[in-house]
Design a binder for this molecule. Sequence first.
Ligand code: ME8
Length: 656
Amino acid sequence: MAEEKKFYITTPIYYPSDKLHIGHTYCTVAADAMARYKRMQGYDVMFLTGTDEHGQKIEDKAKDAGITPQQFVDNIVAGPKGILDLWKLMNISNDRFIRTTDDYHVAAVQKIFKKMYDKGDIYKGKYVGKYCKPCESFWTESQLVDGKCPDCGRECQDAEEEAYFFRLSKYAKPVQDLLENTDFLEPRSRVNEMVNNFIKPGLEDLCVSRTSFTWGVPVDFDPGHVVYVWVDALFNYTTALGLLNDKYSDYDKFWPADVHFVGKEIVRFHSIIWPAMLMSMEMPLPKKVYGHGWLLLDGGKMSKSKGNVVDPYILAEKFGTDALRFFLLRTFPFGSDGNFSNESLISTINVDLANDLGNLVSRTTAMVGKYFDGKLPADRQSDALDTELLQQAASLREKYEGHMERYAFQDALAEVFKVIARANKYIDETAPWALARDMEANGARLATVMYNLLETTRICGVLLTPFMPESMDKLFDQIGACAACRTWDSAAVWGSLSATAAPTKGENLFPRVDVEQALTELEAAAEAARKAALPPIEVEPFVEERVDFDTFCKSDFRVVKVKNCVPVKKSAKLLCFTLDDGTGEDRQILSGIAQYYKPEELIGKTLAAIVNLPPRKMMGKDSCGMLLSAVHTEHGEEKLHLVMLNDAIPAGAKLC
Ligand code: ME8
């Protein structure tokens, strides 16, 4: 019997602790391209993503925000510009979305935990060790690197509590076999890391419950314990299909998963802990875990705490969803790390999309409009010049498929763009504008050239559809491709496009980006977002130390009037004030406030100054006292306001 064509793909479920950034978008876009590709091939696809909503980190953040954990996660998942909105913006075609706070999942996790307990694979003990709160990970002393979390490098806390443990040690050997002797984990380079760093030093049993917080799945047979968030999270891949719940009923059809896409730092959970727990549950193992690389910014992993995140909303709104999706998968090899930059994003849009693909479409459709009034005649005349282009286009699907099956998105796209480049070269070689000078003699040849260009574009369009679905629909409309010649099957058949196709030159599919202008705008948008994320108002901490009354009274504060105010030469900061302090003699004070005030706007103002400080020399001038001002920080920017008094108060009046 032919194998049923079905495909189950998952992304990690994301922590709704902060807004998602472009790094999170990367994995989801890759899984989406894969799901669309498989659907195009006729597979019955289940594409799952979701959110990982339990754990101490969420509980703490909700407490800081003064709301319940459920309100906190609801807002980040389903609120404005939340995770669901982001996937809509990125045109993610997931078939299902799981939230680990969903009732059916919670109940199923309780049953799973009990099953492993009944089997003897979960037992009660005492946990003494270290816990990294941001990663929700337990570590032994020996696993710490320089005393810090080996994953994120942050401080760990001491942890000691009664807890349940999973017998991970029991599964060390079968998990090692799985990693070393099958293709379960890819890229293969990650296998050595797992075996050498985690399995060979000895797999210790894993602490799988906590009692120091409550935001998690309760262990129903032992109140006070909540299930370790990673156990809760990993089983999402099966509860979302209906394992031990009535909400869904696709478990038998789709489990085991064909592939779990995960970032490299969570490969350990997916390639050691996950198969071990599935073995304990006597469930089939997923066919593959693919550990992709990170998007880096200036060489470091993007993270909210480092303040170096790139906002997918800003990029998608500016350049379009398809261009952003394409860039992510065209530029970075999926298995390795890649450095994100606005420059490379803009360059990919300009070179690949605006120049190579966009020009091919607009030139070809414009020429058919101009030379044939928009409809190709059926006459044909081939030439040796056609052979290479036709061969490359006809064999493209097979090469592309080979790369896609290995999740080598970058290589698959490179093949498509080789053919697009070949087609552009073909325009130069065949010089249609020269042929058009004598339509009587060259009409059939010119029609052939145009057809070959349209047909090549069509094949490339089919193969680009999983990456840029909306733009490719527009491209098909422009080249006059019927529904049947937008399909996977048609991508392997040269000549699918109607011989008398009627393309129409439409809107520019990928407008060229003005590099300078876009970079300036992106920097401004990132700066505005950074500032908006900072606390709106911050003031200096209050001084704890007391000052006695007599000491305070020694400070002589007086009302002064500004007679003159000028900038100090060669100083960017200093203004020089000539003040009336009521004594009849001018007083000179220098103040470093030039960035906040224009000197002329201060003349005539009534200010406050301390006048019995010892004189100080600044830039060669004496400063006899100090003007009082109020300072605070607003969205990370320092603000200063001179203390201004009612003009009715005479100069020299004492402030007390
Ligand atoms: O780890 N580049 O959630 P998460 C590429 N809840 N990928 C990145 C990235 C970057 N700069 N930053 C993050 C979790 N990611 C768990 C998963 S699954 C049962 C539980 C990826 O929101 C990261 O590698 O911290 C991970 O695969 C995913 O985003 C979710 O990260």
